[in-house]
Structure formats: C-alpha cells, structure tokens
Ligand binder design. Structure first.
Ligand code: NCD
Ligand code: ZN
Ligand code: ZN
Ligand code: ZN
Length: 437
C-alpha cells in the first residue's frame, strides 16, 4: 500500500496532546496517521519536522462579494486569502449585489467560484419578501438560509413574528439551518452622531432580536444558528435556551479579543456590526466557548470593503473588516499562549462548524476525512494588512502580535499554497458548490 503524499514527522494533536506522527494522503482523502517508522511508501514526501499539521479551518461566515462588488473582493482574492490564512472551506453569505434570492444569481456565483477558487466554497441563500416565492431549486446547492432582520435583502421586509416563523418553517422544511444576524434595530432609526451608531446597535438590540428568534423556535422547532454573538447578555440568553444542538452560535475573533475603547471613535477601521463591545463581554464569550456551552464555534465574518470606504470618517465608513488571514493565527496564538486548549481549538475552528452546516467529511484530521490540511509554523510576528491576499487590507488587528503562521495549505489532497506562494492554478483544488453529506 502506498500514498500520494506523506507529511513526515509532523506535530499533530492526539487525544489533546502534541505527538509526532506522519500523515498520509491518498487522492482527496486522509489515508492514515502513522507513528514514526511505520509510514507507507509515498509518491511525494514533505518534511514537516518542527511544524504543526492540523485540519484547515471551516469558516461558516464569509462575504466573498464578487459580481457587482469585485472592487471589494472576488472569488479569486477571497479564496486566496482563505488558503493563505489556513482556512480550507468557506461559506459565502448571500448579501452580495445582487443578493442570492434566485437561481440565476446563485448560478453566476457558482460559476465564478468554480473558475477562481483555491479552497472549497459553499453557499447560503436569502429568503424573498414573500416566503412563498422561495425558489426550491436552490436547496441542493446551499447549506443554510440567512436573514438580516435589521437590513433585509429585499427592501421593506419587516421581521415580524409571522415572518420569523415562516422563515424558520421554510428552513426546517428543507433541513437547513436558519442563520441570522441578531439585531432588532429599525433601519430608519436616525444615526446622526457616532454615539447613535453604538446605541442603535447595542446589546439590548442584539438580545431583543435573539429573543424573537428563540421564541419562534419554541413554536416551529427548526434549527437556528446565531451569527457573531458579541454581548455577554446575548450569550447568557443562548445558554439558558438551549438543550440540544438545534440552537447554535458563533463568535468572531474581533468580538473575543478587541474592545471598542481601544480605537479612536472617529475612524472607520474598527467599524463593524455588531460593534466591538467591552473586555467584560470578551471574558464571558470566552467562557461560553466551552463544550456544550452557548458558543459553538468561531467564524471570521470576513467582510471586505474598499480602502476608501474604510478610511472614511466614522459615520460614512462601511461596517465590516477582513478576517480570513487573521482568524487562524489569532486563535492558534490563544493556544500557544495557554488560553485555549488544543481540543477546544479543533472543536471551535474545525469540527463543529463543519457539523453545523452538514459537512460530515470535513474538519477532522483522521482517516477517511477530506484531505483539507494546513501546516503551521510556530513563530512570532505582527499582523500586517498590506501582506494580505484579500483586497481588503485595513484591519483593526494591524500590528497585533501572533504566534502561528500557516505555511502550507492542502485542499482536497492538492497543495494549493506553500511558503507564501500559490503553487496551483485557480479552479483546480476543492469543491464548488459544497453539498451536504
Ligand atoms: C457585513 C458585510 O459587510 O457584509 N458587515 C459587518 O459589519 N459584519 C454584514 C454582516 O455580517 O452583518
Ligand atoms: Zn451579520
Ligand atoms: Zn449586519
Ligand atoms: Zn457577515
């Protein structure tokens, strides 16, 4: 028996401990994890001594833009950012221009992603103003339905109790999770001062929205996923309301690590929704990231905008920051700093996000799983936005110290990225669109 690729003498995590092993890849699958000296023969051997070999991150909250927003990001730059950042699977949000509400838009996105991808790409769809108008032919090619109660994808849609229940019933009918951005603010609320922005999108607004969805779930009993939980109070609400896995939630690295008062109020660099909160919220969110607690996984909410839109004065600046090239280094820094266990890292960045969207052969470094693998060097450096492959180079983590660098990325058994360079053409590795299995 022989394998196509052997990653030799790597540090891997076995039972929560670091052990030295070799990893065999055959075609697009992991063939085995071998003790040193018991490796099969291989067509290609890569020495990974003093390097970590881990499953690539499965990032279930990413905005790759494209279509009419190519100035912000496209499938090529967005998936390059993913691969360079140690993310091997991305799920693309439907709030593009035009939004994903019909087959033709999804088809264009699939076609562009297929041609230009460096990693696996899956999709979400939105829900039209009249829920009955939902195009069921989208279902096989999406992994969830996404709603933005405060900024609906169709003008004038109000998230009344009825609408929320109908959306949840639709998701349930098709066996998909309903992903939502918890924010109950009124789109027409006047935002005249910087303070207004933080008041309108405050923790009460996050909790209020969360309560409405949890309430609907009591009646409809579908599966709900809460995007970017940012407040201690919201995390507590989730903790109180969940008995099983039909209510899941994610946190972003910026809501775990950055607080609003670290940034001058007059620049847009750290403007995002939900806004950055306080160190107290970080502490509670971190506690809630444990097994079977309120927060199940980490997602980047990679939300690229043009430099002009980020450099604008606060009220005019766009909300959203890039995250694909910082999330894995930041979370692994938590591991190397002793603030997060290996078991928790692997769960929140890899296996659980894959489970939430039904990708049962991703997110684990073990025989039979997809060969979506990253090689990581433990080294200290500072985050620099001008080094990003993403078109969005302005990050609130500029200058932040990290301790982990993804040096090689393997997608579906193919080496995609190696030591700062892309070593394969776009459109060759990985699957588009990802389907449930
Ligand atoms: C996101 C975007 O720009 O698409 N912005 C953000 O601030 N997070 C939208 C979103 O995730 O709500
Ligand atoms: Zn959002
Ligand atoms: Zn939003
Ligand atoms: Zn988002």
């Amino acid at each position: 028996m022989s394998v196509d690729l052997l990653l030799n003498d790597a540090t891997v995590v076995v039972g929560g401990r670091e052990e030295v092993r070799s990893i065999g890849v055959k075609s697009d699958k992991i063939e085995g994890i071998y003790p040193i000296g018991q490796e099969p023969s291989a067509n290609r051997v890569i020495d990974c001594s003093n390097l970590y070999v881990l499953p690539g991150m499965v990032d279930i909250h990413v905005h790759l833009r494209d279509l009419e927003q190519e100035a912000q990001e496209d499938y090529r730059t967005g998936t390059m950012a993913a691969a360079a950042g140690g993310v091997t699977t991305v799920l693309d949000m439907p709030n593009s221009v035009p939004p994903v509400l019909s087959r033709d838009v999804l088809d264009k996105k699939i076609a562009n992603a297929e041609l230009n991808r460096y990693v696996n790409v899956g999709f979400y769809a939105g829900i039209p103003k009249r829920v009955e108008d939902f195009d069921e032919t989208l279902v096989p090619d999406i992994l969830g339905l996404k709603v933005y109660p405060h900024a609906p994808l169709t003008e004038g849609t109000k998230y009344t109790r009825r609408r929320i229940e109908d959306c949840l019933a639709l998701a349930k009918q098709h066996g998909l999770p309903l992903m939502f951005h918890p924010d109950s603010s009124n789109k027409n609320a006047p935002i005249l001062t910087i303070q207004d922005h933080f008041v309108v999108h405050d923790c009460d607004s996050e909790c209020e929205s969360l309560k409405r969805f949890i309430d609907a779930k009591r009646r409809i009993d579908g599966r709900i996923h809460v995007c970017h939980v940012s407040c201690a109070s919201a995390a507590r609400l989730i903790a109180q309301s969940r008995a099983e896995d039909s209510l899941t939630a994610e946190v972003t690295p910026h809501h775990l690590l950055l607080s609003g008062d670290q940034f001058p109020n007059n620049d847009g660099v750290a403007k995002m929704l939900p806004p950055l909160r306080s160190p107290y919220d970080h502490q509670v969110l971190r506690q809630m990231l444990c097994d079977k607690c309120a927060i199940d996984c980490v997602a980047s909410d990679h939300a690229p905008h043009t430099e002009e839109k980020k450099r604008a004065e606060f009220l005019k600046a766009a909300s959203g920051i890039p995250g694909l090239e910082t999330t894995v280094p930041l979370l692994l820094t938590q591991v190397f700093d002793g603030r997060l266990s290996w078991v928790d890292y692997l769960r929140v960045c890899c296996s659980v996000p894959a489970e939430i969207v039904g990708l049962s052969d991703k997110g684990v470094l073990a025989k039979g799983y997809d060969a979506d693998i990253i090689v990581v060097s433990r080294e200290e450096y500072r985050i620099r936005g001008d080094r990003f492959f993403s078109k969005a180079k302005i990050t609130p983590f500029e200058g932040y110290r990290v301790l982990a660098r993804p040096v090689m990325t393997i997608v579906g058994g193919e080496i995609v990225f190696s030591h700062g360079r892309f070593v394969i053409e776009a459109g060759r590795a990985g699957r588009v669109p990802l389907r449930k299995r």
